[in-house]
Design a protein around this ligand. Structure first.
Ligand SMILES: [Zn+2]
Length: 288
């Protein structure tokens, strides 16, 4: 059985670099049967931005790459923009914690402008470093996190969260944090989710699962919303460090070949979760 014509095939979180493999990786994804990329910004210049203008340039570079991918491959590409939460640490070293905080907030405002102009669909990645850090850093990161959640509320857009692995208590705390900022947990996505969990455990927050074969199998019977992602990182210095961008189309073809009765379940990550979280319906071959 082939992938149904009306089933979009979506990588919900990946990073491509205008100075790396960028367009070629997207071509591979398209050839493998993929249709949509949620392209999350990355420090494609290699060093964390130290001025808001550096972020402006980073976002513009991502936009140029997205346009190029759309025109050359026909893929639908949605941009997701925010200052990467881990940048805060290098910025604090370079200019002090207060000015790092200001820079992060200004960069979130800058990403917000893109969302308001409908040139980006979500704020992300926002959150905090996924590893232990000094207490003052952690407090500053949480302050930026809350600012970003409140911005998503004001912008009426989804927030894509980068943080440590979460158990049910962690998901509950994240939902509560969003609510305190005025944002419905249904607008929040935990990216890089690894353990497949039930909706009772995720407290309204949508997990975006890393598309390992076992995770896809475990997630398929579960009710949504949940997403699939590779978190593909286009970094020439670390080839093969992550799942290839072709993974999600390949998983989809495997399911079509081995258990086609499960194909309708893929509408959860590829259609319904996007409708529930983003408020639009992705269409294969449709307008970007
Ligand atoms: Zn990422």
């Amino acid at each position: 059985v082939a992938i149904p014509d009306d089933l979009p095939v979506i990588d919900h979180h990946c990073h491509l670099s205008p100075s790396g493999e960028g367009l070629r990786a997207a071509e591979r994804f398209a050839r493998a049967g993929g249709s949509h990329l949620f392209l999350t910004t990355m420090n494609w210049k290699g060093t964390p931005p130290l001025r808001v203008d550096d972020y402006a340039e980073q976002f513009e570079g991502m936009d140029r790459l997205a346009k190029r991918i759309r025109s050359d491959t026909g893929l639908v590409v949605h941009l997701v923009l925010a200052p990467y939460p881990v940048d805060l640490l290098a910025q604090a070293e370079a200019a002090g914690l207060r000015s790092a905080l200001d820079l992060q907030r200004s960069a979130i405002d800058r990403a917000g402008r893109w969302i308001r102009e409908r040139r980006a669909v979500a704020l992300g990645e926002i959150g905090r470093p996924h590893f232990p850090i000094a207490r003052d850093r952690r407090e500053a990161a949480d302050e930026v996190f809350d600012y970003a959640l409140a911005s998503a509320r004001d912008l009426d857009c989804p927030a894509i969260v980068h943080c440590e692995d979460l158990d049910a208590a962690g998901f509950s705390a994240l939902a509560e944090r969003a609510r305190r900022a005025g944002l419905r947990p249904e607008r929040v996505v935990k990216h890089y989710a690894r353990a497949v969990m039930s909706p009772e455990e995720t407290h309204g927050v949508a997990p975006s699962y890393l598309a390992r074969r076992e995770s896809v199998r475990a997630a398929l019977p579960r009710p949504g919303p949940w997403f699939l992602e590779t978190d593909y990182l286009d970094d020439p210095a670390r080839p093969g460090a992550v799942m290839d961008l072709t993974t999600i189309p390949r998983r989809t073809r495997e399911i079509a070949a081995t258990d086609a009765s499960l194909l309708p379940r893929l509408r959860i990550p590829f259609v319904e979760a996007i409708r529930a979280t983003y408020g639009f319906v992705p269409v294969r071959g449709g307008p970007s």
